[in-house]
Design a protein around this ligand. Structure first.
Ligand code: TEU
Ligand code: CA
Length: 537
């Protein structure tokens, strides 16, 4: 359908620069560190890098609070480093998409400073009011902060992230100019941060809710769809871009309006429903038991809903997938490979988060002092106000904090896992002793080598890159689906449980899997077994 887009067969790898690789010993990952690992990524089979923000920022939300959209945070390097990264990656056939955070800026951005100084032009870039509304925030803190002038400004995230007023045409001009600035440097597109909440219809009070009072005024508004159509018409369509939107709280129907091809808005979207499969009442800090059957139902629903979903099982905001949906004990290796196989067999574009390819797990934090994330800090404050004990807050936060996915990448088993020669900004997990790139490169049966083989398999399979998706069956905790193109039909088996599961046998010959011996007669899947079976059409 439509012109074959270069990104349709791509495998995307997300880099959270702060935690990827430090080249100058200050304990913070940086651009030269990323450049030093481009061959590693090429070797893995990566086509596109999604680079989390590297713009100047006070780092309150680790770069998702931008103070200059056209610069590079000196902590990560220089503009020359960025240009070198783009050109070196290009030479290796790797494209880069950058993180576009345009729902809000940092409160240290020039625009906000001018607004605080009373400049009316810049005050209208944001939301100021003498009387705050009753809206809730994403980080559990207040949504309005008082200025020295006695009025208030609105921020759906932290108080250092004031929301931009997208009803203001000046904001449109500023940000589309930013987009062109980076696209002209050879960037291949953007991952758009919380893109479906940027247009607020009004800042009137909302209906009181448990989660995000006021969201009816800004979630998936018509104004947002109009902006996306204009971004596409005025900017993105003039370059061969790939645009993926981070869209929170979307239903399949709302998501279709954001990314179906004929809409002329986004190319793909990240939905969240599977991330919240074990969230009690939609709040990830209060977990309920994870049930594989529920995960299967959710993934199947989204596979049927969207023409081209963005598939992911973890990112810099979520806990590690092997903790979330796999097993970190006796089935650590098997379950990490199963999750790889599942993610890379689905219809759509697969995203791999840095460290996922070696089976990195949640952090091994000792106490709340080890946690750096502003979201965790604010949630801890909110829990204190709710009189939760330290012991309970420690448990709830350590197991869910976004820092679980932000521990330094484990390149080898040396003191700081080869991430830095200095003091790492966040605690390195002790399991770097056996979970690290170097060890896994040497082990033919490692998770890393399974990722390489699965990415290679996927690239050579028309059924997976272009085929039709159809769920075949979902016996208890097992997900069986087909991917079918003209010349190839594959049956994909995923046993998402830690026990043997008898299943109906379909297909003719096993061509890929995460176990080596198969029990031919009484057919069953072993714990966390992943299996691809080809069928003669
Ligand atoms: O995240 C959007 C968001 O709502 C996150 O807070 C996420 O949903 C939650 O932490 C876990 O479910 C984006 C960025 O990915 C995140 O890193 C930023 O903190 C946030 O926006 C503000 O820019
Ligand atoms: Ca550094």
């Amino acid at each position: 359908t439509g012109t074959k887009k270069w990104w349709k067969n791509a495998v995307v790898y997300q880099i959270y620069p702060r935690s990827f690789c430090d080249s100058n010993g200050d304990g913070i990952g940086d651009l030269p560190g990323i450049i030093s690992k481009l061959n590693y990524l090429k070797n893995l089979g990566v086509d596109v890098i999604w680079l989390s923000p590297v713009y100047p920022s006070p780092g309150y939300d680790n770069g998702y609070d931008i103070s200059d959209y056209k610069g590079i945070n000196p902590e990560f390097g220089t503009m020359e480093d960025m240009e070198r990264l783009i050109s070196r990656a290009k030479r290796l056939g790797i494209k880069i998409i950058m993180d576009l955070v345009i729902n809000h800026t940092s409160d240290e951005h020039e625009w906000f400073k001018n607004a605080l100084a009373g400049d009316p032009k810049y005050r209208n870039y944001y939301f100021f009011s003498d009387t705050p509304n009753n809206w809730g925030s994403f980080f559990g803190n207040k949504t309005w902060t008082k200025t020295e002038n006695g009025d208030y400004y609105m921020h759906l995230f932290s108080e250092k992230q004031p929301d931009l007023n997208w009803q203001n045409p000046d904001v449109y001009d500023e940000i589309t100019d930013v987009m062109r600035f980076w696209l002209d440097k050879g960037i291949a597109g953007f991952r758009c941060d919380v893109i479906n909440i940027i247009y607020k219809n009004s800042i009137k009070n909302g209906r009181r809710r448990l989660i995000l009072t006021g969201r009816e005024h800004y979630l998936n508004t018509e104004g947002c769809h109009e902006l996306l159509k204009r971004f596409n018409k005025d900017v993105w369509s003039k370059y061969k871009t790939f645009i993926v939107g981070e869209t929170i709280f979307v239903t399949p129907n709302e998501a279709k309006l954001l990314c179906d091809e004929d809409r002329g808005e986004l190319d793909a979207i990240f939905f969240f429903e599977h991330m919240d499969v074990d969230s009690r009442g939609g709040i990830k800090w209060f977990k309920k038991q994870y049930k594989p059957n529920k995960l299967i139902k959710i993934i199947d629903k989204w596979q049927n809903a969207l023409e081209f979903p963005a598939n992911y099982l973890e990112n810099h905001d979520q806990i590690r997938s092997v903790n979330h949906f796999g097993n970190t004990k006796e089935y650590w290796e098997k379950s990490a490979k199963l999750l790889c196989g599942l993610n890379l067999s689905l219809k759509g574009i697969p995203f791999i988060y840095e460290g996922e390819e070696i089976g990195m797990t949640n952090g091994d934090f000792i106490g709340l002092r080890d946690i750096k994330d502003i979201e965790s800090y604010n949630v801890n404050q909110a829990m204190k106000r709710l009189l939760l004990t330290h012991k309970l807050r420690r448990k709830l936060i350590l197991r869910t904090s976004r820092d679980n996915a932000r521990t330094p990448i484990q390149w080898d088993s040396s003191e700081n896992a080869g991430f830095t020669t200095g003091t790492p900004w966040l605690r390195v997990n002790e399991n770097k002793s056996f979970i690290n790139v170097e060890a896994e490169q040497e082990d033919e049966y490692s998770i890393l080598n399974f990722y390489k083989q699965m990415i290679e398999f996927r690239k050579n399979s028309k059924a997976i890159t272009e085929g039709v998706y159809r769920r075949v069956a979902a016996p208890n905790d097992v997900y069986i689906f087909t991917r079918e193109a003209k010349e190839e039909r594959l049956y994909i088996y995923c046993n998402l449980s830690s026990s043997n599961r008898h299943v109906e046998f379909y297909g003719d010959r096993i061509i890929f899997g995460n176990y080596h011996a198969y029990d031919r007669d009484n057919f069953y899947l072993k714990p966390y077994e992943f299996r691809i079976v080809a069928s003669n059409i």
